[in-house]
Design a binder for this molecule. Structure first.
Ligand code: ATP
Ligand code: MN
Ligand code: MN
Length: 305
């Protein structure tokens, strides 16, 4: 490797002129991150986060007094949200959604105390056909990191057998998200039934390791393969979004190889920009180019079956 000739990470974006009231308001007290600090983070990671938050219906976790105070999950525009934020209409129910088109929109979301950004897996260009599928791995009590990593690699292999390329990110919480970019051909019901079949196949092949139903009792010592991010209106936290949790962890795209060396909440609002600068290769560089159409009507093969 020749790091000095490696392509530089895309540089930070200039801060747009969006007024922040109370820029010193502390959002993450333990990490000492303020409203202004969060806006600065977004400017630094803008080239990376943009494709995951621009031009999609968004849900927001808003925390007006920071992570220790009252928080609410918001899917619809609010009065005074600002002209930098868009309100496209969901044609299915006639309700307005939240969307942004640029960094000014994202900084305006910061002004609105949106600490977490949760996009749909579909773009505004086609609300009915997802451009990514997300398998959310939720470890039950007593499940250690290596087992979560193994589950993610199992999923990668199954998705590969189905003709899809899989990428992995930390959730910033306890688990991992395995994400496959899609050409937006299959509809939500098709993508949901595909992911449901995959989760159920994993649970029936390895009932001691995996469950596919949300029941808390069954989850102890097992990993829930949560496929329910793949239905119309469902969301998952965006790649590069911070989490409103102690330490300001970030949902971080990682390479398949480095999974063994990291933990679930290793990268934070404070440390991620330096990681991006130091990386010689973006582990998700090919994400958008790797999009493939989901072949529907194909049954998911069981391992060994
Ligand atoms: P972890 O690794 O800790 O599981 P996670 O982000 O995957 O982190 P989950 O609880 O598994 O957390 O995911 C829940 C998903 O449901 C979130 O990603 C989010 O998009 C959505 N969600 C979160 N809070 C709410 C809420 N209050 N109402 C509706 N949907 C929510
Ligand atoms: Mn999860
Ligand atoms: Mn979940």
């Amino acid at each position: 490797a020749a790091p000095e000739t490696a392509p530089k990470a895309p540089s930070r974006a200039p801060m747009p002129r969006v007024r922040l009231t109370h820029p010193d308001r502390v959002y993450w007290p333990d990490a000492g991150i303020t409203k202004e600090g969060l806006a600065e983070y977004h400017a630094q990671v803008w080239p990376r986060i943009a494709p995951f938050v621009v031009n999609r219906p968004l849900a927001l976790l808003r925390c007006p007094t920071g992570i220790g105070g009252q928080t609410f999950f918001q899917k619809h525009p609010w009065k005074g949200m600002g002209s930098e934020i868009d309100a496209p209409t969901d044609k299915k129910d006639g309700e307005p959604a939240i969307a942004i088109g640029n960094l000014a929109g994202l900084v305006r979301l910061v002004q609105g105390a949106a600490l977490e950004i949760h996009p749909w897996g579909a773009s505004l260009d086609d609300w009915e056909r997802p451009d990514m599928l997300i398998m959310d791995l939720d470890p039950g009590q007593g499940v250690d990191w290596p087992r979560i990593v193994t589950a993610a690699r199992d999923l990668r292999e199954r998705l590969g057998e189905a003709g899809l390329e899989a990428f992995v990110k930390t959730s910033g919480g306890k688990g991992l998200h395995v994400v496959a970019p899609l050409k937006p051909h299959a509809t939500w019901p098709e993508v949901k039934s595909f992911t449901k079949a995959m989760a159920q196949a994993m649970a029936s092949d390895q009932p001691g390791d995996y469950v596919a139903t949300v029941s808390k009792a069954k989850r102890k010592g097992r990993i829930l393969i949560d496929y329910l991010r793949n239905q119309r209106g469902a969301t998952a936290v965006a790649a590069y979004s911070p989490r409103a949790r102690p330490g300001a962890p970030v949902s971080t795209p990682v390479s398949w190889d480095e999974l063994d060396e990291i933990g679930p909440a290793l990268f934070t609002v404070e440390t991620l920009p330096a990681r991006l600068d130091a990386l010689t290769q973006d582990p998700w560089e090919d994400f958008h180019a790797a999009a493939l159409p989901l072949k529907t009507g194909k049954t998911v093969a069981s391992a060994g079956g």
